[in-house]
Design a protein around this ligand. Structure first.
Ligand code: BYC
Length: 326
């Protein structure tokens, strides 16, 4: 017997060495781990942490855009935005279900979100001030989400990987609808162009922060890469996002707000400026510009939805009693 955890992970339960070895061999062979398979406790905990934070991000992420549904500038824009925000709710549901396969209850996860114990993406703690913010979120935030989630389609836990396949298809539509809003604005009046540029100025740096801390300051990356939960590091994905997004900005005459941004011929990548990590950590601590409003809105939705949960439970109990009586 030996401790099944490695690297920087905390000391956990003593696990059977043969089981640990067999598990690691399966992961190394790129096999999916399924809910009923044996897994080290620390692997299970890491997955619950990441998948539930991902789920929370999806549902908190409905709020900044939901704020603009009633103010979308046309019926078409309203219908598209409504569908997009509903998609995000669906992503949250698939992800909570995937987390539940690891033996944790949804109520417990939601409780952790509401109490501030569980994290959700920093990006959703910034306000949506103008219609152009809806374009910037689709283009940049969903664009960053795709960069991060495409590799997660090959994450080692089966239910998470499968959830990501559908999520990525939808995110790719979201990214395009956002970019199309930006294109329309950049084809418009001077005021519309200025609105689009202002949105890019405010959303660019927070979007780069979405990928998480730099690799040399990311406590979870090494172990998650070994377990193939993460398939690429935070910095690798951030670089790929910059490389893909800068030409998109240039194509519609938007200026990325970074004086240090320059193509590096030797590296074959864009060099970019220093991210304000102080801001990132302060948002993680719950000090983001609209952090308080976001949690208030989530708690209110939870409280006001209690009757729906009660009705669903009562119906399930009745159906079970009928089945038993039959
Ligand atoms: N915000 O060791 P690290 C969407 C935390 S929603 C907040 O690198 P890890 C959308 C991190 O959790 C997309 N916290 O961690 C929805 C860790 O704290 P704990 C959301 C962050 O897990 C609606 C600590 O910092 N996507 O697309 O290896 C509308 C150290 O970090 C953040 C996902 O959730 C952050 N940005 O890597 C529109 C993707 N970054 O837990 C769009 C799935 C880091 O140790 N998640 N932290 O207390 C992942 O891929 C990884 O969890 C991360 C972080 C890359 C985010």
């Amino acid at each position: 017997m030996r401790n099944g955890q490695k690297g920087s992970e905390k000391i956990g339960p003593v696990e059977d060495a043969a089981l640990v070895d067999a598990f690691e061999a399966r992961v190394a062979a790129d096999e999916f781990i399924e809910p009923k398979d044996w897994m080290p406790e620390a692997y299970r905990k890491t997955l619950i942490r990441q998948i539930s934070q991902h789920a929370h991000s999806e549902i908190v992420g409905m709020l900044p855009e939901g704020n603009w549904i009633t103010r979308a500038p046309s019926l078409r824009r309203k219908a598209v935005l409504l569908a997009k925000v509903q998609d995000e709710g669906g992503h949250g549901l698939y992800l909570y279900c995937a987390a539940e396969t690891l033996g944790v209850g949804r109520d417990e996860l939601i409780e952790d979100l509401h109490s501030g114990k569980a994290k959700y993406s920093t990006i959703f703690n910034y306000p949506t001030l103008t219609w152009a913010d809806i374009g910037a979120i689709g283009w940049l935030v969903d664009g960053a989400a795709i960069m991060n989630q495409v590799p997660l389609q090959r994450t080692s836990y089966g239910p998470y990987a499968r959830a990501m396949i559908r999520v990525c298809k939808e995110e790719s539509f979201h990214q395009r609808q956002g970019y199309e809003i930006m294109m329309a604005l950049m084809d418009g009046t001077e005021a519309q162009k200025a609105m689009a540029q202002d949105a890019l100025n405010r959303w660019w740096w927070p979007s780069l922060m979405m990928f998480g801390p730099p690799d040399d300051n990311s406590p979870n990356t090494a172990q998650s890469m070994r377990w193939r939960i993460k398939r690429e590091t935070n910095d690798q994905l951030r670089q790929r996002f910059v490389d893909a997004t800068v030409p998109q900005a240039e194509a519609i005459d938007l200026r990325v707000p970074d004086d240090a941004l320059a193509w590096n011929e030797e590296r074959g990548h864009y060099d970019f400026g220093e991210i304000d990590w102080e801001e990132f950590y302060s948002v993680i601590r719950g000090e983001g510009p609209v952090a308080r409003e976001r949690m208030q809105a989530r708690r209110k939705a939870w409280d006001e939805g209690a009757w729906v949960r009660d009705a669903a439970n009562a119906y399930a109990a009745k159906a079970a009693a009928r089945k038993e009586a039959a």
